[in-house]
Design a binder for this molecule. Structure first.
Ligand SMILES: NC(=O)c1ccc[n+]([C@@H]2O[C@H](COP(=O)([O-])OP(=O)(O)OC[C@H]3O[C@@H](n4cnc5c(N)ncnc54)[C@H](O)[C@@H]3O)[C@@H](O)[C@H]2O)c1
Length: 435
């Protein structure tokens, strides 16, 4: 395998996966590509690998004997690497989102068909034990026919803010959080319901980040307001920040600590949508990027009752104004004091599904809470990627069909906001390509 795009995700997920002793005999890393030679070097040393490094993708394809290309570049560039890899006769594992725009999506789907090779999209949230339990419960049929869904996703002032610091903050790079982030959420719903989205009506606004009339600099490193700013970026927050980004800046000018209140932020931070599905389900969905905790709540209403699910991935100690302390405590909620959080729900070590049968009563299904790596999804997914022939009982593995439907909901939401009308997914691409 080779990796295209050696940023944080490449190092922390795929680097670990390929250097893990469990990968021995199953997969081997044989090359790294990134346009930034400085980041390439840092990434190779962080992964503790000595493999050829390339700043020319075509050269890497030509010179290495790889069967699979892992794509972990900036979202807007996924299509170019996926298509070039397929045309060179390789399989592809791509990070979400599959891509950012309908035209790029159509080209990927056509290239995959012509190549006879396969694209896998890494939907790690599917693998989280809690998400898998929801899938199992819905498949049991106890909810009867699902009629509607209420789904809210919360990004907090640590993780949510991070999307407004760098490339993600522009629609042209990330497709906006409707695509970059909500691709996870829309994929979960499609997978849970086993239905396809048909039509979307959406609203979006920028109410917290971006130009909000407050004095600010361009980036935290040079800003005069860092002492009083709750969002001053902490270069000490992770040992990789300094080496992977600040030391590599000279080669491409990529700032990791751009100001979250900068004028060139053009993505939304407040989003709601109404979605209709192929089996008749209606969904109300909301995504906010400045919440006091991180996680989601979802309820499925059905002819057999109601299933309520709630996950708190991290509680932000919002009594504390400084970003550095907020971030540190958020990452270790068990060691922080309850007062730091001033939060009625102490983070428990269990996650619970609640089923309310339609004629009364409640059943609770509890399972251990997983604090790390996307609800515990990352490690399970990595092991599955290494053993693609293993039995996949709940259909965790995803290809371009799932990748496409999950981004098309978000792209339809963007169009709906622009045109102030409901947008059908069939207006965006030829859906026959997804059959
Ligand atoms: N599944 C998940 O939960 C999850 C989590 C984090 C990131 N991701 C995905 O991983 C990908 C990388 O995210 P990241 O956080 O590592 O970002 P990053 O900014 O740390 O890394 C992006 C890399 O892409 C490189 N790059 C920039 N322009 C390029 C171009 N034109 N061609 C090739 N490479 C280019 C950069 O030099 C950098 O090394 C994104 O697609 C993101 O959506 C997924």
């Amino acid at each position: 395998m080779v990796i295209a795009g050696t940023g944080y995700r490449a190092v922390t997920l795929f680097g670990r996966m390929l250097t893990d002793p469990r990968a021995r005999g199953l997969a081997q890393l044989v090359g790294l590509y990134d346009p930034n030679p400085l980041r390439l070097q840092v990434a190779a040393s962080a992964m503790k690998v000595q493999v050829p490094q390339y700043t020319d993708f075509a050269e890497m394809l030509q010179k290495t004997r790889c069967g699979t290309v892992i794509v972990t570049t900036v979202d807007r560039t996924h299509d170019a690497y996926i298509i070039a890899a397929l045309e060179a006769g390789k399989d592809v594992i791509t990070e979400k989102p599959l891509t950012t725009d309908p035209e790029k999506l159509s080209r990927i789907l056509q290239a995959e068909r012509l190549s006879g090779h396969q694209v896998t999209v890494t939907f790690n949230y599917r693998y989280a034990p809690y998400a898998t339990a929801v899938r199992e419960f819905l498949a049991s049929g106890r909810l009867g026919t699902v009629t509607s869904v209420n789904f809210e996703w919360y990004l907090d002032t640590v993780h949510g803010a991070d999307y407004f610091r760098r490339w993600h903050r522009q629609v042209q790079n990330s497709g906006s959080l409707w695509v970059h982030k909500a691709t996870h959420h829309f994929d979960l719903v499609n997978w849970w319901l086993q239905q396809d989205p048909v039509e979307v009506y959406a609203r979006g606004a920028r109410r917290f980040y971006g130009e909000q009339g407050r004095p600010h600099g361009e980036r935290c490193s040079t800003c005069a307001f860092t002492k009083s700013c709750e969002f001053a970026f902490d270069w000490q927050g992770d040992p990789l920040f300094e080496s992977l980004y600040r030391q590599a800046e000279a080669a491409d000018g990529y700032w990791r600590d751009g100001c979250v209140f900068a004028g060139d932020v053009d993505i939304w931070d407040t989003m709601t949508a109404s979605v209709r599905y192929s089996g008749g389900v209606f969904m109300n969905y909301a995504l906010h990027a400045y919440m006091p905790f991180e996680g989601y709540r979802i309820a499925f209403n059905g002819t057999g009752g109601r299933l309520e699910c709630s996950v708190i991935e991290a509680v932000t100690p919002h009594t504390i104004p400084e970003f550095t302390r907020r971030q540190a405590l958020r990452c270790s909620p068990d060691t922080a004091s309850a007062q730091d959080f001033r939060f009625p729900l102490r983070v428990s070590d269990q996650e619970t599904l609640y089923f309310f049968p339609v004629f009364g009563g409640v059943e609770a299904v509890a399972m251990p809470r997983t604090l790390v790596d996307h609800g515990g999804g990352d490690e399970r997914m990595a092991l599955d990627l290494l053993a693609p022939d293993a039995i996949d009982r709940w259909g965790h593995r995803a290809g371009t069909r799932a990748g496409a439907y999950s981004i098309l909901t978000g792209i339809a939401a963007r169009e709906s906001i622009a045109q102030n009308r409901a947008v059908a997914l069939g207006e965006l691409v030829d859906l026959a390509l997804l059959q």
